[in-house]
Design a protein around this ligand. Structure first.
Ligand SMILES: [Fe+2]
Ligand SMILES: [Fe+2]
Length: 410
């Protein structure tokens, strides 16, 4: 996934509580300069990719600020170096090993008056950016090309940019520490690994459910486009600090084979599903409607028992695999209404189905309490579409996703 927005500004306060180096940066004027540089960064100019895109740029800027602090650089030099870090890869055309992209980035700055005017020392900055993709000793003519008057500035900017860019090679697991120029940058290598892990970490949410998690469209009897399915809407609401995985199957029950298919039982499939996706921080389970089907002839208590087995199995498996307990949100679907008797599922559901579906919320709530899970009752808040009385409208998917997003962020 290519990053589309900055991550570090949103998380750095939290990280400062965990790493003393980050706390020291944020307490200094270098931290202020970094936050200002993030604010002013023109994302539209950046090359888009996983390895050389926004994420790499914001980490390079972070290291640029750390280096400026370590080397006690002036405010003006710090600002220029942060700009070098910001735009050093704008000449990239792909992610290949490319010695020329530094020159191309510098030329974009030279030819872009607005961009060039941001720098206090544009010549020194262009020479540094030109040199950053060329091995040391092979870029001696860079200051000449850009008519640099202050050679000490271009040497300083080059060293700072190269160290800031290089230390983020941890992202490729290809950092050669001997290439780092400042001894204090070498001391930062453990921080670089820590930052990479913290940066890439996403709170993972898995939605385990039936056709309403799959995104069944009652009007077309096909699948809603992804932007109308509640797991995708939830992803949009939660943003890029979260990763939402949709695991919806038409006809899925809590623990019973429907239509003779054992794999429609949630209990049957939950282990391979979770084992394919862990670590899972939050597990959302939305099931129970299909359990009400006449063919299964279940009592509400049977369904709650099925849900109990499913939740215990899921929690045990995840706790064992990932070493920590997931948060579980048990969601009770809306009850079935009389109108279902006039729709395409009239054959599937009978009067008992309707009665059982009305008893489920109370039993689910009790179960959630017993198992120490969170509980969300959709009954009375959300109604199934009147097209088939069993599936959500996009309007309701937005409401459901909103309620879940609020709970997850709590
Ligand atoms: Fe580069
Ligand atoms: Fe780079």
């Amino acid at each position: 996934m290519v990053d589309t927005s900055l991550v570090i500004p949103k998380r750095i306060e939290k990280w400062a509580k965990e790493r003393s180096e980050i706390a020291a940066l944020m307490a200094s004027e270098y931290g202020d300069a970094l936050m200002k540089a993030y604010e002013e960064l023109d994302l539209s100019l950046l090359y888009q990719s996983v390895t050389h895109g926004i994420g790499h740029i914001e980490r390079t800027m972070f290291f640029g600020a750390m280096i400026a602090m370590n080397e006690k650089l002036s405010e003006v030099d710090t600002r220029d170096i942060l700009l070098c870090c910001s735009y050093h890869d704008i000449g990239r055309v792909d992610d290949r090993y490319d010695l020329e992209h530094g020159r191309k980035s510098a030329e974009k700055i030279r030819d872009g008056e607005k961009l060039r005017s941001l720098f206090a020392e544009p010549e020194a900055a262009m020479a540094a950016i030109h040199s950053h993709s060329i091995p040391d000793g092979e870029a001696e003519d860079a200051p000449l090309i850009y008519n640099v008057k202050k050679l000490d500035k271009s040497a300083l900017y080059t060293a700072c940019l190269k160290d800031a860019d290089n230390i983020d090679r941890v992202r490729l697991y290809d950092l050669d520490e001997s290439f780092l120029r400042f001894p204090k940058t070498r001391e930062m290598v453990p921080l670089a690994w820590w930052l990479l892990d913290a940066f890439l970490k996403r709170h993972t949410v898995l939605c385990f459910g039936d056709s309403n998690t799959y995104g069944y469209n009652p009007r077309t009897e096909a699948r809603y486009p992804s932007y109308f399915r509640y797991p995708n809407i939830l992803q949009q609401f939660l943003g890029d600090e979260y990763k939402v995985i949709a695991e919806g199957l038409n006809g899925r029950t809590t623990a019973f084979p429907k239509g003779g298919f054992i794999w429609k039982s949630g209990l049957y499939s939950v282990e391979p599903v979770l084992a394919s996706h862990y670590p899972i921080d939050t597990l959302i389970v939305v099931l129970g409607t299909n359990d009400c089907a006449a063919e299964l002839d279940l009592e509400a208590g049977d369904i709650a028992d099925g849900m109990e087995k499913l939740l215990i199995t899921a929690r045990d498996l995840l706790t064992e695999k990932q070493g920590y307990e997931p948060r579980i949100i048990l969601v009770c679907p809306p009850h079935l209404e009389d109108s279902i008797k006039k729709g395409p599922f009239a054959e599937e559901m009978n009067s008992k189905s309707l009665e059982v579906s009305k008893t489920l919320p109370g039993l689910y709530e009790k179960l959630a309490e017993e198992l120490d899970c969170d509980f969300l009752n959709l009954d009375g808040t959300i109604h199934f579409s009147d097209i088939d009385s069993e599936h959500l409208r996009p309007f309701d998917s937005y409401r459901l996703a909103g309620m879940l997003a609020d709970m997850i962020r709590e």
